[in-house]
Design a protein around this ligand. Structure first.
Ligand SMILES: [Zn+2]
Length: 163
C-alpha cells in the first residue's frame, strides 16, 4: 500500500480540485482525509496483536473492502449533525484509498476484498510495488504545488484588491 501520507494527501488533493471545480467548502478536508484512512482501520488488529497478542486480523480484514469501509463510514457519520454529507465525503476518501491500493502489487496476491461479502477473492492491478515510495513523493509534490498555487492566487487577489 502507499503509506498513509499518500492516502491522506491524495484525498486532500481530490477535495482541493473539487473546491476549485464545484466551489466545495474547504472545512471538509479533514473529513475526506479521515475517510481515506477508514479502510486501513483493519490495521488496528496489528496494534492489538503487538500490544496484547490478540489476533483479530481475520475479523477486521473485511474493513479493507468497499462494503466494510462504507459500513464503518456510516457508523462514523452518525456522530455528525449533517450525517448524509459526512457519509458522502467519507466515501470519497474511501474511494481514493481503495483506488490507490488497487494499483499495488502485493506478494500475498492482493489486499482488497473488492467484492466482499459476495467473494473472498483479493484483487490487485500489479502496477506499483509495495516498497515503491514514488506514489507518496508524487502526492507530496502535488500537495506542495497546490499550496504554492493557492498562496500565489491569494497574494495576487490581495494586491489587486488593495490598489
Ligand atoms: Zn489500504
Amino acid at each position: 500500500m502507499p503509506d498513509w501520507l499518500a492516502h491522506v494527501l491524495a484525498a486532500a488533493i481530490l477535495w482541493k480540485l473539487l473546491i476549485h471545480k464545484f466551489n466545495f467548502d474547504s472545512k471538509f478536508i479533514p473529513i475526506i482525509m479521515v475517510g481515506a484512512l477508514i479502510p486501513d482501520a483493519e490495521k488496528m488488529g496489528l496494534l492489538l496483536y503487538v500490544l496484547a497478542e490478540i489476533d483479530i486480523g481475520y475479523f477486521l480484514k473485511p474493513l479493507h473492502s468497499i462494503f466494510g469501509s462504507i459500513l464503518l463510514a456510516g457508523i462514523i457519520s452518525l456522530f455528525f449533525y449533517d450525517s448524509k454529507r459526512i457519509m458522502t465525503i467519507l466515501c470519497l476518501g474511501i474511494g481514493t484509498h481503495l483506488s490507490l491500493d488497487l494499483l499495488m502489487s502485493h506478494i500475498t496476491g492482493g489486499e482488497i476484498l473488492l467484492l466482499f461479502p459476495f467473494s473472498f477473492n483479493m484483487y490487485q492491478l500489479n502496477l506499483i510495488q509495495t516498497d515503491n515510495y514514488f506514489p507518496a513523493l508524487i502526492t507530496v509534490l502535488l500537495a506542495f504545488l497546490i499550496i504554492i498555487y493557492e498562496r500565489i492566487s491569494r497574494h495576487n487577489k490581495d494586491t489587486s484588491g488593495s490598489s
